[in-house]
Ligand binder design. Structure first.
Ligand code: FES
Length: 110
């Protein structure tokens, strides 16, 4: 199964009326197009993924690996996700969390 980046834009993530940060949906869709990523790394914009208190949330999957990222409260993190998706595409799906995003990783079960 192709690696997938799922970006939450649900009831809390991206809801500026709840004082959360906007999710840059257009930037992400354009970046996927410009870098021709969709055949190697899928991009999904989703409703609530569950751990709302970690907003804004993203989930990166490849095979059985699942990496949760939370507190995506700055554009630089979304840019880092795009850069990471490019790396994932080049590395045949291997998930090595980049340094900039490693501090945002969390376990939704904990
Ligand atoms: S709205 Fe994003 S985790 Fe619930």
């Amino acid at each position: 199964m192709a690696p997938r980046v799922t970006i939450c834009d649900g009831c809390c993530c991206g809801r500026v009326e709840k004082e959360n940060h906007e999710v840059p949906l257009e930037y992400l869709r354009d970046a996927w197009k410009e870098n021709d990523l969709k055949s190697q790394v899928k991009l999904t914009i989703s409703g609530c993924l569950g751990p709302c208190k970690m907003n804004n949330v993203s989930l990166i999957t490849s095979g059985s690996e699942r990496i949760w990222l939370g507190k995506l409260n700055d554009m630089e993190y979304y840019e880092a996700i795009v850069d990471w998706a490019k790396e994932i595409a080049e590395s045949s799906g291997e998930l090595i969390v980049p340094e900039k995003l490693a501090k945002l990783q969390f376990d939704p079960i904990a």
